[in-house]
Design a protein around this ligand. Structure first.
Ligand SMILES: [Zn+2]
Length: 215
């Protein structure tokens, strides 16, 4: 039994043991994550949905396993559920297949075709948010806000970031170069804009099937 647990009053012993175990379990989780999903070069082409997910959210996953992600912790007027849906597309727990509901059957994420422009797009978030002619205009205001904030925070400019880094910031991960002590401030400044954007984007994706006319 570790000393900190042995010294705890008997009524606190279970809690003390939990506190002792948390960083150990987190470290093991991170070790397994890193082994299963080795870091990719920033401009690599992902082989599938899961790899795309780790390229976008990789750094934000290497935190304390027992801490709720800050974007869920900060109270805003908007519900962060839509954002969670976007951030969780690489697994099957949350029904992001609504985006392709017309096909009436679920496709695997690697086969997912953009319903707006019929392109196959691994790293679907990036395509929908930053590239698709049917939806990228929705991000204009958010991108302008993030561009200004990056400059004010003395971070690399928006245009110097890779598409993965841009998508990651648009989905409420702090910029990779921003020191940890500024993360809360960054999230407080950006989250209301991000949630508004995601809500508009989600409404657009659910409500307008095939927005693009055939060329
Ligand atoms: Zn598209």
């Amino acid at each position: 039994m570790p000393l900190s647990v042995a010294l705890a009053k008997s009524g606190n012993r279970r809690k003390s043991y939990t506190t002792y175990l948390k960083p150990l379990v987190t470290a093991e989780w991170i070790r397994q994550l890193t082994a299963a999903h080795p870091p990719q070069p920033p401009n690599a082409t992902p082989a599938g949905r899961t790899q795309a997910h780790f390229m976008i959210h990789g750094p934000s996953l290497y935190n304390n396993l027992y801490k709720i992600p800050p974007y869920l912790n900060i109270c805003t007027a908007r519900n962060p559920m839509s954002l969670t849906r976007f951030r969780s597309q690489s697994h099957q727990l949350i029904p992001t297949h609504k985006f392709t509901v017309e096909i009436a059957q679920r496709v695997t994420y690697d086969q997912k075709i953009c319903p707006y422009c019929d392109q196959q797009a691994t790293g679907n978030e990036i395509h929908i948010m930053l590239q698709c002619p049917g939806t990228k205009h929705i991000a204009n205001d958010l991108v302008a806000t993030l561009t200004t904030l990056l400059t004010h925070s003395h971070q690399p400019t928006w245009n110097s970031l890779t598409l993965y880094q841009q998508a990651s910031i648009m989905l409420a991960d702090p910029p990779p170069t921003l020191p940890q002590k500024f993360h809360q401030t960054w999230l407080h400044a950006t989250l209301p804009h991000i949630l508004s954007y995601i809500a508009v984007l989600e409404a657009h994706l659910y409500n307008t099937p095939h927005a693009m006319p055939p060329p």
